[in-house]
Write a protein that binds this ligand. Structure first.
Ligand code: NDP
Length: 458
């Protein structure tokens, strides 16, 4: 795949880049390794000052970088600006809290282990490679970079090949903020060049956000090399609505939960599982809400949904839908891509879904929702857990006993009650099963790429 910016709203090639050659990769690895040896000795206060400066620059440049994001991957300009703002917030969060998150863990009674003092100390692992996707081209990276840099690690970014300008911007941003040369570098390389980087002894660990195949490829190499990985892969989050819920509010949020980021979010709600007592009411409101969204130019402030990021992404959605229709699904709204340039696809709701359809188990990475009717909470939970994923989950009920059931029995890294799954610097983020392992964000996320060194002193 070429490293290329293609505007998905028009199909026009904006810029093309050459992938780094072996010598260029070597130079960057050497620089990363040399920087890691020095950077690990900086204080939390020094790192925090740099990260706050990065946040300030990003705030000042929010509009310009949002235009680049929208041009490269099609999200609406409004949501691109919100993403940039969220990145600045995430940076400030880690600037403020990293020292406390990584404070020594002191054993209150060292005598119990025969020591005069005993504690755990979090130390950086060194150079960490981040393999990142295009869907939140800034946030996915900052979610890794802010805690990594605060922990004293050094970052290498292999970004998705369709967002090279965002990738280069991030490298430049950290450099201008004053981080040492080599603390955060972008490697413009294709997926096929990742293995050699992972096998390099100067690289200590890797994090992947993306598809299952990408996660498998990186984790298997890292398995052979005994290197730590964090994987944040796909999801097909359920959105369950029970009779006690505020159905109108649930339907309104459901539209946003499915269509955020033009439907291309790992934590988008994708399967809508509705109790039969409120099914008709929810279905009517949800379908009407989906059909009312305005699809069009992502630069236009009145647009709700821009194009899908790539032609291949739209083809995937069309194939999933065609397979479902062949097997007897009904299309309740949308369903047909408009003619003309750009990779647009309308918000689409599918009913009468059966296990024979690929859409029943596979992730739809676009504004395509499945709607199910269930008789009770047992059936809802069974259906919610039917896929091999386990990222987020949404459940709408005001019944405390039902809420406990969902918290207990939904197989997922997160359960959001009466709201939609979203990520926050304050909360752990990640999945189980084929959605991956490890956690990002919060105190847990910053510790993933640390060596918790046990210190025992006699
Ligand atoms: P990919 O997983 O292919 O891309 C994500 C990143 O992984 C990119 O940087 C990509 O590089 C890299 N990559 C891909 N294959 C390998 C490999 N074998 N070894 C090393 N790195 C690799 O996602 P796609 O863009 O193809 O999207 C396809 C699907 O991925 C979606 O339908 C969705 O299911 C899932 N996805 C999930 C995301 C999430 O947030 N969890 C985000 C994006 C996608 P390159 O671009 O050069 O191929």
């Amino acid at each position: 795949m070429a490293i290329q910016s293609v505007n998905p709203a028009t199909g026009a090639v904006v810029r093309t880049f050459d992938a780094l050659n072996g010598d260029e990769i070597e130079q960057r690895l050497a620089l990363a390794s040399a920087t890691a040896a020095v950077y690990r000795r900086t204080t939390f206060a020094e790192r925090a000052a740099l990260l706050r400066r990065a946040a300030d620059i990003l705030d000042a440049e929010r509009h310009e970088i949002a235009v680049t994001m929208t041009t490269e991957m099609g999200k609406t300009l409004r949501s691109a600006e919100a993403e940039a703002a969220k990145c600045a917030k995430g940076m400030r969060f880690y600037a403020e809290h990293a020292a406390a998150f990584l404070a020594d863990e002191t054993l209150a009674d060292p005598g119990s282990v025969g020591a005069s003092r005993a504690f755990g100390r979090y130390q950086p692992l060194g150079v960490v490679l981040a393999v990142m996707p295009w869907n939140f081209p800034l946030w996915q990276v900052v979610r890794f970079a802010a805690p990594a840099l605060m922990a004293g690690n050094v970052g290498l970014l292999k970004h998705a090949s369709n967002v090279p300008q965002c990738a280069l911007y991030l490298e430049d941003l950290f450099r201008r903020a004053g981080f040492p040369e080599g603390a955060f570098q972008t490697l413009l390389i294709g997926a096929g060049q990742v293995e050699a980087v992972l096998r390099d002894p100067r690289v200590a660990a890797a994090t992947v956000t993306g598809s299952e195949p990408a996660g498998q490829a990186v984790a298997s190499v890292c398995g052979q090399e005994i290197k730590k990985t964090v994987l944040e892969l796909g999801g097909s989050d359920p959105f369950v609505v029970m009779p006690s819920a505020d159905v109108a509010r649930a339907a309104e949020v459901a539209v946003t939960a499915r269509c955020q980021n033009n439907g291309q979010s790992c934590i988008a709600a994708k399967r809508f599982i509705v109790h039969e007592d409120v099914y008709e009411q929810f279905a009517e409101l949800f379908v009407a809400g989906m059909a009312a969204l305005k699809v069009g130019d992502p630069m236009d402030p009145s647009t709700d949904i821009g194009p899908l990021a790539t032609e291949g992404g739209r083809l995937d959605i069309e194939e999933l839908l065609a397979d479902a229709v062949k097997e007897g699904a009904s299309i309740l709204c949308g369903g047909t891509a408009p003619s003309g340039p750009g990779y647009f696809f309308p918000p689409t709701v599918v009913g009468d879904v059966t296990p024979a359809m690929r859409l029943h188990l596979e992730e739809a990475f676009g504004p395509l929702a499945t709607l199910y009717r269930v008789p009770d909470i047992d059936a809802a939970i069974e259906l919610a857990n039917v896929t091999s994923f386990g990222l987020g989950s949404n459940a709408w009920t005001t019944d405390p006993a039902e809420q406990e059931r969902f918290i207990s029995d939904l197989v997922a890294g997160a359960v959001f009650l009466n709201g939609m799954v979203s990520s926050h610097p304050e909360l752990p983020f990640g999945g189980v099963r084929r959605s991956g392992y490890g956690r990002e964000l919060s105190a847990v996320g910053i510790r993933e790429f640390c060596n918790l060194k046990t210190v025992w002193a006699g």
